[in-house]
Design a protein around this ligand. Structure first.
Ligand SMILES: Cc1ncc(COP(=O)(O)O)c(C=O)c1O
Length: 439
């Protein structure tokens, strides 16, 4: 396994053109990754190449259409390698939320009144609201799982109690987009399967940080968003083949009944799939150069899955090593309170996403002041709607959220910590009256 110190972050950064953007002579610090990451050159090249050379619709009897078909098939195969599934189990869509609403509607056609769905108060509303709506429409019952507020982890005993003989689906996140907690999804999947229920995994926040393997998780459905892991704005879905084949999906009649076509309504963003292929080629390069994998990025040698896994393992090791610097640096600032896991011994239980409040300063004020310095962070609830309310922070503007990606450096963390410390020293506060619309 690669060691964190071997990670060549300068070489990584050279692959991301946007990282050279400056504000008032200083490079912008992108700590807004949980809202959407920057993209590497290969992603940009893929989009440009598609639109300049191959742009058309699918299944036509002419070269650009055949090329588009091949590219789309390749994008599905690469995404399957990224997630550990099969190419026909992968479907693209507009974003994770739209996919979750669409597939949940189809699942709803199989539910009976009195069936139960388990949801958590740690999840992004993308993995809550669609199930609430479905329960209302189908007469199903929602069982809530609470969060232990001292460290923002799921109440696992409560979760196991919430799962029972009427449970049909357990909806859970792989990692929290607010406080970074990584949930023990395999354990939750085992509990769901023990009663014959299915598990729906929201891996949107986890995907840029940790290797994902749907088989190891024993997931039934999993959704993530390429724009959160260095790709274009689009959504990515995986489901177990036998479930997807049986799913009573909403589709137009002439559309192909085979997988994945039966899941992909209308025309997809082909250029985004081309960009995503570029992102995967970039990640393969990370796997080779930083993770010790072998082979040529983008080659058809069958080693892509191993290169992608090596990339995410190297990224995880690098981010894991940086996380205590961020957590400890922020935690040492007077009046600053981090919600979530702060113990360095528990770094394996979290992603490098840290949310905090600062006494006497509205989160919008802090984020605005950082933004003025060219340091991008989020404030609000980022749609972690239940969690922010459970923490009692909805009325006070939520929290400031800082998210590391593998292109961030120790020097950037130090710059952030210094800037937050300077803000903390300002005595007065003003309430910015910001809404909680921001993710
Ligand atoms: C954990 C999590 N789930 C779901 C979503 C929604 O993703 P999308 O914008 O692709 O619908 C987000 C976006 O912030 C997220 O962080």
């Amino acid at each position: 396994m690669p060691i964190a110190t071997a990670f060549d972050v300068d070489a990584i950064r050279r692959r991301f053109p946007s990282l050279s953007r400056a504000l008032a002579g200083r490079a912008i610090v992108y700590l807004d990754g949980p809202g959407g990451t920057q993209v590497p050159d290969a992603c940009l090249d893929g989009i440009r190449d598609y639109l300049t050379t191959h742009n058309t619709n699918t299944h036509g009897a002419f070269p650009t259409s055949r090329e588009s078909d091949a590219l789309i098939a390749e994008a599905h195969a690469a995404a399957a390698d990224f997630l550990g599934g099969a190419a026909d189990e992968v479907a693209f869509g507009a974003n994770a939320t739209t996919i979750t609403f669409a597939v949940s509607r189809a699942i709803g056609r199989t539910l009976q009144p009195g069936d139960e769905i388990v949801v958590t108060r740690l999840d992004h509303d993308c993995n809550v609201a669609p199930w609430l709506a479905l329960a209302q429409d189908r007469g199903a019952t929602i069982r809530w799982v609470d969060v232990r507020l001292d460290d923002c982890t799921l109440d696992l005993d409560g979760l196991e109690r919430a799962i029972g003989p009427r449970t049909r689906l357990v909806a859970v996140g792989l990692a929290s987009n607010a406080v970074g907690t990584i949930n023990p999804v395999r354990r939750i999947a085992d509990a769901a399967h023990a009663v014959g229920a299915r598990i729906w995994v929201d891996a949107v926040h986890a995907a840029p940080h940790i290797p994902i393997d749907v088989a190891a998780l024993d997931a039934d459905y999993l959704v993530c968003s390429p724009y959160k892991f260095f790709g274009p704005h689009m959504g990515l879905f995986w489901g177990r083949r036998e479930l997807l084949e049986a799913l009573p999906v909403y589709k137009v009649r002439p559309a192909d009944e085979t997988l994945p076509s039966r899941l992909e309504t209308g025309t997809q963003a082909h250029e985004a799939q081309a960009g995503l292929l570029g992102t995967f080629r970039y990640l393969e390069w990370v796997g080779v150069t930083q993770g010790g994998a072998t082979g040529e990025p983008g080659s058809a040698d069958g080693g892509r899955a191993a290169r992608l896994r090596a990339a995410m393992t190297a990224i995880r090791a690098y981010e894991r090593a940086l996380t205590p610097r961020l957590v400890d640096g922020l935690a040492a600032i007077p009046g600053l309170a981090i919600r979530g896991i702060t113990d360095p011994a528990r770094v394996d239980e979290r992603c490098p996403t840290v949310a905090f409040t600062l006494d006497g300063h509205h989160p919008r004020e802090v984020s605005q002041a950082l933004g003025d310095l060219g340091i991008c962070t989020w404030d609000g609830d980022y749609y972690a709607y239940e969690l922010i309310r459970a923490l009692g922070l909805a009325e006070s503007g939520g929290m400031v959220r800082v998210g590391l990606a593998h292109y961030n450096t120790a020097a950037e963390i130090d710059r952030l910590v210094e800037a937050v410390a300077a803000i903390a020293h300002r005595r007065h506060s003003h309430t910015a009256g910001a809404s909680l619309e921001e993710r």
